[in-house]
Write a protein that binds this ligand. Structure first.
Ligand code: F6P
Length: 364
């Protein structure tokens, strides 16, 4: 096995708290423990395509452990295998730039690429692996929906932020006897809504995995009122939908690996509830606040463990694997197993059972 001399690190997809902690752990372990040179790629795959790759030293990764965002920049719209360009006739065509990305990395003598990202990034990274680049993936996403790992860093911080939002909404809900609908992120999975909903004591939790009935939600609110509960808090995942209905799409991003952006369900639901019950209802969409800010201690620990494990995989000559958290420890799975898959909340999850136990309504 040839000794690894040079690696690169990149962050792809939506930003998430803990990215800098991984960059720091990868870079410090590489330099301090193995004398490996580290390159940082700017703005995800776009940085490879545009050859924006810069050296990362100890100084660059100092004092970043506790900061949100990513010092490298990120991008969730660039797909190297389907890269748009305008031809002479002014028409948009797509090019597969995978081979050229691998060439760029090899020209810099990069032996392995540490890709920190979610499922879109891993799917694209897997294509680079097929062309001969050694990839080690590190799972990030506030959505917690990456297949193969039981948890991703960033999730705990997002849940903490969403829980604080529920705590704060409770005061207005209670003072004004209103129904408050809080929309949280998560794409097609309800992890954030479920965990924040339970932690914040939401009365109704709506997640994509359990399509809801508007009538059941309204009946539950009426029942609460009959018990003297003068307000209700609903925590709804952006991907939640009515039985037989569709998810609410906020926008489509044509060339992105994932074209659909969800959003708007809280506003829609609040209108429907107010119309149906005649009770004052307000909606709040938490949005990017969930992706921002300092990572929690839990996420810093997980991110540092993941970054260190990624580097250990690189030096032990492992190829094309994703670092994961499984059975209470860090391990890894083949990257090819993960690409294109989404990990959803199991409907028989013990946490759903616990929530139902304390009389939380899931609208089913
Ligand atoms: O995957 C992270 C995430 O924040 C999702 O929860 C959300 O649906 C999506 O990204 C939003 O993407 P964008 O930043 O393109 O609006």
């Amino acid at each position: 096995m040839a000794k690894v001399k040079t690696i690169a690190v990149m962050t792809g997809g939506g930003d998430c708290p803990g990215l800098n902690a991984v960059i720091r752990a990868v870079t410090k372990t590489a330099i301090a423990q193995y004398g490996i040179k580290v390159w940082g790629i700017e703005d995800g795959f776009l940085g490879i395509i545009e050859n924006r790759i810069r050296p990362l030293g100890y100084r660059e990764v100092s004092n970043i452990l506790e900061t949100g965002g990513t010092i490298l920049g990120s991008n969730n719209t660039t797909n190297p295998s389907k890269y748009p360009h305008t031809n002479k006739a002014g028409k948009v065509e797509f090019k597969d730039l995978t081979a050229s990305c691998v060439r760029t990395l090899k020209q810099k003598k990069i032996d392995a690429l540490v890709c920190i990202g979610g499922d879109g990034t891993m799917t694209s990274a897997e294509k680079l692996a097929e062309r001969g680049m050694t990839i080690i993936g590190v799972p990030k996403t506030i959505d917690n929906d990456l297949w193969g790992t039981e948890v991703t860093f960033g999730f705990d911080t997002a849940v903490t932020t969403a829980t604080e939002a529920i705590d704060k909404l409770r005061t207005t809900a209670s003072a004004h006897h209103r129904i408050m609908v809080l929309e949280v992120m998560g794409r097609y999975a309800g992890w954030i809504a479920l965990h924040a909903g339970v932690a914040g004591g939401a009365d109704v939790i709506l997640i994509p995995e359990i399509p809801y009935s508007l009538d059941k939600v309204c009946d539950f609110i009426k029942q609460r009122n009959s018990w003297g509960k003068t307000y209700t808090i609903i925590c709804v995942a952006e991907g939640a939908k009515e039985i037989g209905g569709e998810m609410v799409v906020r926008r489509t991003v044509a060339y992105s690996p994932e074209t659909i952006r969800l959003g708007g369900i809280a506003n829609k639901l609040a209108g429907q509830i107010e119309m149906s019950l005649g009770l004052e209802t307000r909606s709040v969409t938490l949005g990017y606040v969930q992706r921002g800010g300092r990572p929690t201690a839990h996420d810093r620990v997980l991110a540092t463990s993941f970054g260190h494990a990624a580097l250990e995989l690189v030096v032990s000559g492992k190829k094309n694997r994703l670092v994961v958290w499984k059975n209470n420890q860090v391990s890894s799975v083949p990257l090819a197993q993960v690409a294109g898959k989404v990990r959803k909340v199991p409907v028989n999850s013990p946490l759903i059972a616990a929530a139902r136990g304390v009389n939380t309504c899931f609208g089913d």
